[in-house]
Design a protein around this ligand. Structure first.
Ligand code: TRP
Length: 446
């Protein structure tokens, strides 16, 4: 076996790392527009309920397995299996998670590369490099390839440094910066004309929408992607939590931070979109919905910043540094999943594992860049809509049906001695056993 395992040195360090994983592109371009198109605060309300009733229990399943086994996903799932059948299933699920998260990273790195390019653009304009600025903001294979490689190199460098000196250190620096930048941007944007219309679209509830099954499906998918569930990311971060830590509490703090930052992001994005509308920028797509996803970030918002004159340069700089930070703290959590497996299962040195696996994922990302129209949507759909929910389902089955209840309780009691009589233990086992698997399947077959 290899060197001793890393561990987060404090609760703060874990919270920054795990919320860094959770808070990513999904929060900023997914949540706000999803909310605005689905009845505003009615969506928010549904999202809050689903996040705590369904995603939080699934998050806890991963954290508990991880901390119990103190190992990568494959070894961890094997260790809680009890027969030949479940052990084989464990290996299959563990590997599927590793492959899925690697593929998620391969498309995530492409988009993150765009964020880096748009972050450099205002700097290029400030120093008068207009040609370079144009190159940075024009979608092209060469630019996309270079920035995928750069972004993956950053991710590999942080992961090579390990849990404490890489993940924890960088998340603890970057996440507070992210919150500060976000709040400053919100304050600025809310002073602009039209911002209040955006806030209204976001926050005024249309409760007639609340029973809409489409709304439920959207909210659930959003919650699972946003909490990085199903692929072993939270499992591996859980495996680095100290045994004296109260798991139900830290888990709920992670969920709160994730939801809180998504809600805050809405207070930036929606007002910004309505300001853009007032400045003559198109914010609706052909079907009449709000433009969401990558197009929102690389076309609507830059167009808005361009209408802001000199100030727009600084707003763009702040916004894309926010996006780059959000991407990086998520991408490291993805790369850690296969790297931890390589280090622990095959005894590979961490730096080597990070470099080799990082290079392989970069290669896949480049293949996607070169065949963008053919592959990008395909990989996104396959990983986030097909594979991730099924794996989330499998995790719930492991914890609800395969792992022994006494072992689970014993694990939770470390760091939370009164767990047996607490609210968490009264509700959660039932949830992961019945409610979560059924809910995931229902949503999956929608
Ligand atoms: N949760 C992140 C976001 O909202 C993305 C992310 C990080 C992720 N790790 C993951 C998604 C693992 C799925 C699986 O952008």
């Amino acid at each position: 076996m290899s060197a001793p395992r890393g561990e987060f040195t404090s609760r703060f360090g874990f919270l920054m790392a795990a919320s860094g994983s959770a808070v990513g592109l999904g929060n900023i371009w997914g949540f706000p527009t999803n909310a605005a198109s689905n009845g505003g605060a009615a969506f928010l309300f549904t999202y809050l309920i689903l996040a705590f009733a369904l995603a939080y229990p699934a998050l806890m399943a991963e954290l508990i397995i991880g901390r119990h086994a103190r190992a990568n996903a494959v070894t961890a799932l094997k260790s809680i299996s009890s027969g030949r059948g479940s052990t084989m299933l464990a290996v299959f699920i563990g590997f599927s998670g590793i492959i899925t998260v690697s593929l998620i990273l391969s498309f995530y790195a492409i988009v993150s590369g765009w964020m880096m390019a748009f972050f450099l653009d205002p700097i290029a304009r400030l120093i008068g490099l207009d040609g370079f600025s144009q190159w940075l903001t024009e979608d092209a294979v060469l630019r996309n390839s270079i920035f995928v490689v750069l972004f993956m190199m950053l991710t590999v460098v942080i992961i090579s440094a390990g849990v404490k000196d890489g993940i924890e250190k960088w998340a603890s620096r970057l996440m507070p910066s992210l919150v500060i930048i976000l709040v400053l941007l919100i304050i600025y944007v809310l002073t602009l004309p039209g911002a209040m219309d955006g806030l209204r679209a976001y926050l005024v509830p249309d409760f007639s929408r609340i029973a809409d099954p489409g709304l439920l499906v959207d909210a659930m998918g959003q919650a699972f992607f946003s909490l990085s569930l199903g692929v072993g990311t939270m499992l591996i971060y859980g495996s680095y939590i100290g045994k004296d830590e109260n798991l139900p509490t830290v888990g709920s703090l992670v969920a709160l931070l994730d939801v809180g930052i998504a809600v805050l992001a809405g207070m930036l994005i929606l007002p910004a979109m309505y300001v853009a509308l007032g400045n003559g920028v198109e914010i609706y797509d052909a079907a009449g919905g709000l433009i969401a996803g990558p197009r929102l970030i690389v076309s609507v918002l830059p167009a808005l910043f361009n209408t802001m004159g000199f100030m727009g340069i600084f707003v763009a700089l702040a916004f894309f540094s926010l996006m780059t930070i959000a991407s990086l703290t998520s991408s490291i959590s993805m790369l850690e999943v296969p790297v931890a497996y390589g280090v622990e299962y095959h005894g590979t040195e961490r730096r080597t594992a990070a470099a080799v696996i990082g290079a392989a994922i970069t290669l896949i990302a480049l293949i996607i860049v070169f065949n963008f129209d053919l592959l990008f949507d395909l990989v996104v759909t396959y990983t986030t809509e097909k594979s991730q929910p099924l794996l989330g389902f499998a995790f719930c089955i492991f914890v609800g049906w395969i792992w022994s209840r006494n072992d689970i309780l014993a694990e939770i009691k470390q760091g939370c001695s009164g767990a047996e009589s607490g609210l968490f233990w009264r509700i959660w086992p039932f949830y992961v056993k019945f409610i979560c698997p059924v809910a995931i399947l229902v949503v999956y077959f929608q």
